[in-house]
Write a protein that binds this ligand. Structure first.
Ligand code: DQA
Length: 151
């Protein structure tokens, strides 16, 4: 079996569906996980899907992805805008990283308009809600198909 795609989620995303639904929608994180698993399966891939409220845990998982994953979808949530440590960990990866946000941070408060993730991401998908995760997985599958040398 090929290496999995990691889908990592940062703080407060465990409350999706309940938290500010006018911004983040009504779907739960479990429903988004199911979408991701189905999309990955359609591309012949498996996912490892996790959420944490702890910066260090997120960084440990990024290093786990570095060793074991084929690609990474990351919604760093608020750490996107604050964490140099997240940026530094991501810089060490050679696997493709897609940054995802449910909302469009560029249409919101000024403090959301800087991302420590974007400069080290292959691509950024934001403002499209849960389908953004599926688009990110499809993009990773496409990148990996194009860039993985034949065995
Ligand atoms: C978010 C956007 C961030 O600015 C915010 O801190 C989040 C969620 C999103 O998915 O839209 O927690 O990453």
């Amino acid at each position: 079996m090929s290496q999995p795609l990691f889908v990592l989620n940062g703080p407060s995303l465990q409350l999706l569906g309940k938290r500010e639904p006018h911004l983040y929608g009504h779907e739960t994180l479990a429903q988004i996980e199911a979408r991701c698993a189905a999309t990955a399966k359609a591309h012949g891939r498996e996912i490892v899907f996790r959420q944490t409220n702890h910066e260090g845990a997120l960084i440990d998982w990024i290093f786990e992805a570095r060793e074991t994953a084929a690609g990474l979808v990351l919604n760093g949530a608020a750490y996107t805008h604050t964490s140099v440590a997240l940026h530094d960990a991501l810089r060490t990866l050679s696997i493709p990283v897609i940054e995802v946000h449910l909302s469009n941070p560029y249409a919101r408060e000024a403090f959301r308009q800087h991302s420590y993730v974007s400069p080290v991401a292959r691509g950024v998908i934001c403002g499209l809600g849960p389908i953004g995760y599926e688009l990110a997985i499809a993009a990773l599958a496409d990148i990996l198909k194009k860039e993985t040398p034949p065995a």
